[in-house]
Design a protein around this ligand. Structure first.
Ligand code: HEM
Length: 384
C-alpha cells in the first residue's frame, strides 16, 4: 500500500490482503460520491468519472442492500441459464458474419455482450453497434479519434434517450424481459422509479460490454501467442471453463476501482485520513506471489483460483455468471470454427488506456474460411 501524488493524490492498494480487506470494509472504504468527503464527483474510478450516478455500485449498506437484492434476482445463475440459447445464438451469428471470408477483426467479439445484454433487456439487438460505441468505444478508442467523438456526441446521448423511452414503454406494456422484471420488482415495499431503473440498466449495459470484450480479446491474443495451450483447449473444450478463470485472473478486465476513506484510521499500517481516495488494484492483487504460485505464468489448469477479477465483498460483480457464460461460448466457438486463426501482431491495437479496461481495440486475423450455420442476423452489418 502506497501513496501517490497523481490525480490529486490517492492510496494505491496493490497486494491481495490489502485489496481483499478494503473491499470488505465498506464502513471505512465508501463507494458513495459524497461531497463532504472531498468532492461531488468522486466515484469508483480515478481520475473521477464524468459519468452519471449508478445503482447499486455507488451505494453503501444498508441503503445498498434492497437494490442489490433486486439486481441479484435478475442476474442470478438460474436467470442467466435461461440466456444460454440467446448467448449461443449471438455468438453463432457474429461468427457467421465473418466465417466465409477468411479474414476479420476479432474485436467483433465486443458486439456479442452488447447484443446479448440489450436483447435480455428487451431492446432492439440489431442496434447493438450504437451500444458498443457508447459503452465500449469510450474506454477502448483513442480519445479525440473519430470513433471516440462519435461515441461521445452521438452514441451516448442516443443510448440514454432509447433506454429511457424503453423503460417508459415497458411500464405501460410489461413483457417477460429484464427491464419489465425491474419495473415489477419490489424494493422494500415500493416500486423502483424510472430514474432508478435507468441508473441500474446503464450500469448493466456498461458493466457487461467492455469487461467481457476485454477478457475475450486478451484471451484470444494470448491463445495465438501460445499455440500449445490453444491446441489443448481445441482438443478438450471442456477445459475452457477453468481456463476462463485464469484469463480473468491474469488479464483482470477491470484493473482497479476506487473508494473514499470515511474517517481517520490506520489501515495496513498506513495513516489513512477522512476524504482520502484509495484505488483497489484487482489486477495487481491477482498477481500477488503470496496468494498465487508463479503469478505471472498463465496456467490454464490453475485451480483453485481465488482471483478478485469480479471484486470482493458486497459489490462483487452482479453479472459474473453472465460475463463468464458469454466469454466461454465465444472462446469455444472461435476455437472450434476458426482453430487456425493467425493474428497480424503488427496491426493489433491495444486500448489506449489499460487502466480502465485492459484489452484490444483491433485484432486483425486470417484463418481458413468455414461455413455459416444460420441466416445472417445483421445482414453483414457486424463487419462495419
Ligand atoms: C468479465 C466480465 C466482468 C468483469 C471482469 C466485471 C468486473 C466487475 C467488478 C470488479 C465489480 C466490482 C465493483 C466494485 O467493487 O466497486 C463489478 C460490479 C458489477 N458488475 Fe461486473 N464485471 C463483468 C461482467 C459484468 C456483466 C456481464 C454485467 C451485467 C449484468 C455486470 C454487472 C455488474 C454490476 C451491476 C455491478 C455492481 C454490483 C454492485 O455494486 O453490487 N458485470 N463487476
Amino acid at each position: 500500500m502506497a501513496w501517490t501524488e497523481a490525480h490529486g493524490g490517492y492510496w494505491v492498494l496493490s497486494d491481495y490482503a490489502s485489496v481483499f480487506e478494503a473491499a470488505r470494509d465498506d464502513e471505512l472504504f465508501t463507494s458513495r460520491r459524497l461531497p463532504e468527503y472531498g468532492g461531488d464527483g468522486l466515484s469508483v474510478t480515478i481520475p473521477k468519472a464524468q459519468t452519471s450516478f449508478h445503482i447499486p455500485i455507488e451505494l453503501d449498506p444498508p441503503e445498498f442492500r434492497p437494490y442489490r437484492k433486486v439486481v441479484n434476482k435478475v442476474t442470478a445463475p438460474a436467470a442467466v441459464a435461461k440466456l444460454d440459447a440467446v448467448i449461443k445464438k449471438y455468438v453463432t451469428a457474429f461468427i457467421d458474419e465473418i466465417i466465409e471470408s477468411g479474414d476479420a477483426d476479432l474485436a467483433f467479439v465486443a458486439g456479442v455482450p452488447a447484443a446479448v445484454t440489450i436483447d435480455w433487456l428487451g431492446l432492439d439487438a440489431s442496434e447493438y453497434k450504437l451500444y458498443v460505441d457508447a459503452m465500449h468505444t469510450l474506454v477502448s478508442a483513442p480519445p479525440g479519434s473519430p470513433e471516440y467523438l462519435h461515441a461521445q456526441d452521438v452514441a451516448v446521448p442516443w443510448v440514454t434517450q432509447t433506454v429511457k423511452a424503453h423503460i417508459a414503454e415497458r411500464r405501460k406494456n410489461p413483457t417477460d424481459d429484464a427491464t419489465s422484471a425491474f419495473i415489477e420488482a419490489d424494493l422494500d415495499g415500493r416500486k423502483l422509479t424510472d430514474e432508478e431503473i435507468y441508473s441500474i440498466l446503464e450500469l448493466i449495459i456498461s458493466g457487461g460490454v467492455g469487461t467481457t470484450a476485454s477478457l475475450v480479446t486478451s484471451a484470444l491474443v494470448w491463445l495465438y501467442q501460445n499455440p500449445t495451450e490453444r491446441q489443448r483447449l481445441i482438443a478438450d473444450p471442456s477445459m475452457v471453463d477453468i481456463a476462463v478463470e485464469e484469463f480473468l485472473r491474469v488479464f483482470s478486465p477491470t484493473q482497479a476501482l476506487a473508494r473514499t476513506i470515511t474517517r481517520d484510521a490506520e489501515f495496513q499500517g498506513c495513516p489513512v485520513r477522512k476524504g482520502d481516495r484509495a484505488l483497489l488494484g484487482w489486477g495487481s492483487a491477482n498477481r500477488d506471489p503470496n496468494q498465487f504460485e508463479n503469478p505471472d505464468d498463465v496456467d490454464i489448469t490453475r485451480w483453485p483460483n481465488r482471483h478478485m477479477a469480479f471484486g470482493v465483498g458486497v459489490h462483487r460483480c452482479a453479472g459474473s455468471h453472465l460475463g463468464k457464460a458469454m466469454a466461454r461460448e465465444m472462446i469455444r466457438q472461435i476455437l472450434e470454427r476458426m482453430p487456425d486463426y493467425e493474428v497480424d501482431m503488427d496491426r493489433v491495437v491495444a486500448y489506449p488506456d489499460q487502466g480502465t479496461n485492459a484489452g484490444y481495440h483491433s485484432i486483425p486475423v486470417t484463418f481458413t474460411p468455414g461455413q455459416r450455420r444460420g441466416e445472417l442476423l445483421f445482414a453483414g452489418k457486424a463487419r462495419d
